[in-house]
Design a protein around this ligand. Structure first.
Ligand SMILES: [Mg+2]
Length: 369
């Protein structure tokens, strides 16, 4: 497939309710959407950045710059036989994983449309539906959090994840356990603690959490190994794993027993599949994380999460978890049994609603070869 043109958009969507993590609080989500055109087909991908470099170092501004100046000039007018030919093309450009991942996602969409197969199948997916979990932000009070948990369990979500930070940690877990009993529960610290605070996590061991996600530094796998050795609860790494090789090293060191896979963090779906495969070979379960994606990114996550070693419920939720109106039709919805059906139609399996994309676009540019 020859890429004739590329469109980059920054979109801004209001969130259904504000989302707070150990990084801070947000009530809108900004990201970039990539649209690639070739041979009468269009492919879509999402760059799930934010306007500030909080989750990782990238932002809407840096991703735009890298796409315009470095990535798209390499791609436009070029014949790409397979999406896996894209990572070698941009390997010499250091980092900027999310910018690369958005383009690669659009190539995977094009590729699977061209072959008239679902994206899930192109990636090696085997599940027809995935188990849906929900990620809940830090709330103003424990009562407010309990109300949120009640709401999402009632909607049918199969697993609850709560964001934690120092001072909003073990006592919150205790309250949620007390109120809801043996639900599937896990926590995510987004690197807000240090090894000196290991007692917080040792105290969590009695609450049967599925896992503790990224308790320590975003660039660390050494202190995590020391912490994991003190805990019965599995540590799951998110921010620390930005390549399949990072996963190999973390597993070898004993830094974690579970890995959260986000294609954007890993530089694309190809690296996400490679990380999945490596973890499967080493007996490490994975699950699919989220970065507040709009439907475009959510659809790709859904396809990815259909691979066989995604053995724990992920953060791929229904569209209405985050947005009043999503950018795809139909929106992603939750089945009665708490699963989400993996689309069986070619490509992403959802129609991108251009009118709504247009309505939420704050910046747009088209690039040609
Ligand atoms: Mg996380």
């Amino acid at each position: 497939m020859k890429i004739a043109w590329a469109e980059v958009r920054q979109v801004e969507l209001p969130l259904v309710f504000p989302f707070e993590t150990s990084f801070g609080r947000q009530d809108t989500h900004s990201c970039l959407l990539i649209r690639l055109g070739t041979d009468g087909l269009e492919g879509w991908g999402e760059v799930p950045v934010e306007t500030a470099p909080l989750y990782n170092e990238e932002t809407t501004g840096t991703a735009w710059h890298i796409l315009e100046r470095f990535i798209l000039p390499l791609l436009l007018g070029r014949e790409i036989a397979h999406p896996q030919d894209f990572p070698p093309l941009v390997r010499h450009l250091r980092r900027h994983h999310m910018a690369k991942a958005g383009v690669e996602a659009a190539l995977w969409d094009l590729y699977s449309q061209q072959r008239e197969i679902p994206l899930a199948k192109a990636l090696g997916g085997t599940r027809q539906a995935i188990e849906a979990g929900v990620s809940l932000g830090i709330e103003p009070s424990v009562d407010a959090l309990l109300a949120r948990v009640t709401d999402f369990l009632r909607r049918g979500y199969l697993r609850i994840k709560i964001k934690i930070k120092p001072g909003w940690d073990v006592q919150v877990v205790r309250e949620v356990r007390r109120a809801f009993g043996a639900i599937r529960l896990q926590v995510d610290a987004n690197s807000a603690f240090t090894l000196e605070q290991a007692d917080v996590f040792r105290a969590m061991d009695e609450y049967d959490l599925l896992l503790i996600e990224q308790p320590l530094g975003e660039d660390d796998i050494v202190d995590h190994a020391a912490l994991q050795a003190q805990l019965r609860t599995p540590i799951c790494l998110d921010e620390s794993i930005v390549s399949p090789d990072d996963a190999r090293k973390a597993i070898q060191l004993g830094s974690c027993r579970v890995i959260n896979i986000k294609a954007a963090r890993l530089s694309g779906l190809s690296a996400a599949v490679a990380t999945h495969d490596l973890c499967q070979q080493r007996g490490i379960p994975v699950w699919c994380g989220g970065l507040l994606e709009t439907g475009v990114g959510r659809a790709a996550n859904l396809a990815l999460a259909s691979l066989p070693n995604f053995r724990l419920p992920g953060d791929v939720s229904a569209s209405d978890r985050y947005y009043h109106e999503d950018l795809i039709d139909p929106p992603v919805t939750l089945n009665r049994d708490g699963t989400i059906t993996v689309p069986a139609s070619p490509g992403l399996g959802f129609r991108v609603a251009l009118d709504r994309v247009e309505k939420h676009t704050v910046r747009k540019a088209t690039f040609k070869s």
